[in-house]
Design a protein around this ligand. Structure first.
Ligand SMILES: Cc1cc2nc3c(=O)[nH]c(=O)nc-3n(C[C@H](O)[C@H](O)[C@H](O)COP(=O)(O)OP(=O)(O)OC[C@H]3O[C@@H](n4cnc5c(N)ncnc54)[C@H](O)[C@@H]3O)c2cc1C
Length: 254
């Protein structure tokens, strides 16, 4: 157990429970925050022996107690925040890692990868292009980092966030404070919504998009992304990769 303890190289310094299944956390790595580009992700982890939250479903097969379970998470804080990384995370009752993360308290230790990585960034997007940033659930995280970074300061941003319930709309107050950001929340499973909130799924938003409007980013649920790819490619968008630049950028969470 001594060895695995030495792999826990970060401390949970903040935890905000938005709902039972949604948290915002901040992790302070012992080695300090690495340089990164908004939109990138890194792995965090806990030992298989870590305690699970009491509302987790029973595990069919317990993971090895002496191994670190690692998962990828988009960084929600901007690179200028040097004290910690912020993450916006969905806790799953069946999740091998998140059922353990859910039981963590401020002051507890966890593994945090030394390097931040990923290509879901604004690096290849021409500066004059508007940005339409579409997400479901915690797929909002990379856009919060982008929004808070000087790279988007003088640009037109639209943040489209699809969730089931109004209470799942994290970061809404912060988003509304940015005058260059248009906020388009979609709530699918609740009625009597406030006037600033759309009823339905983010896929409704795809129907109004054309390539002249800018670059589209999609992050989160793979079903939403596949549906979006189908609709938007039929409207003239092309999926971006380093080798073949396009105007549709995707990050699937599973
Ligand atoms: C590049 C990248 C960045 C990511 N960033 C984030 C992030 O910022 N926040 C975040 O919450 N997750 C993020 N994820 C997903 C994360 O890595 C884990 O897959 C997730 O937390 C589940 O881990 P688990 O061990 O609890 O579940 P597992 O036991 O590994 O079960 C995984 C299964 O749970 C389901 N699942 C996975 N993620 C979700 C989700 N968010 N909502 C609902 N169902 C899900 C899928 O069916 C998946 O097959 C990211 C994934 C990738 C690849």
């Amino acid at each position: 157990m001594v060895e695995i303890k030495s792999m826990l190289n970060g401390e949970l310094i903040y935890r905000e429970d938005l709902t039972r299944e949604l948290i915002i956390i901040r992790v302070k790595p012992d080695a300090g925050v690495a340089d990164f580009i908004p939109g990138q992700y890194l792995a965090i982890g806990l030992p298989g022996s870590a305690v699970r939250v009491d509302w987790a479903n029973p595990e069919v097969e317990a993971p090895a107690p002496d191994k670190i379970i690692k998962r990828a998470y988009s960084v929600a804080s901007p690179p200028s925040e040097k004290g910690y990384y912020e993450f916006y995370i969905s806790l799953l009752a069946d999740g091998i890692f998140t059922s353990r993360l859910a039981a963590l308290k401020v002051g507890d230790r966890l593994f945090i990868a030394p390097k931040v990585t990923g290509t879901f960034t604004l690096t290849d997007v021409p500066k004059e292009k508007s940005l339409i940033l579409v997400s479901t659930g915690t797929g909002l995280a990379p856009y919060i980092s982008m929004m808070k970074d000087p790279v988007t300061k003088d640009r037109d941003l639209t943040i489209v966030h699809g969730v089931r319930k109004l209470s799942d709309l994290a970061y809404q107050d912060e988003i509304k404070r940015f005058s260059n950001v248009k906020y388009q929340p979609f709530v699918s499973r609740e009625d009597n919504l406030p006037s600033w909130c759309n009823k339905g799924r983010v896929s409704a938003y795809f129907m109004d998009l054309s390539p002249e409007q800018g670059h589209v980013f999609m992050c989160g649920n793979p079903d939403m992304i596949e549906e979006g790819e189908k609709v938007l490619c039929s409207r003239g968008f092309t999926v971006h990769s380093r080798k073949t630049p396009g105007n549709l950028h995707v990050e699937k969470y599973w």
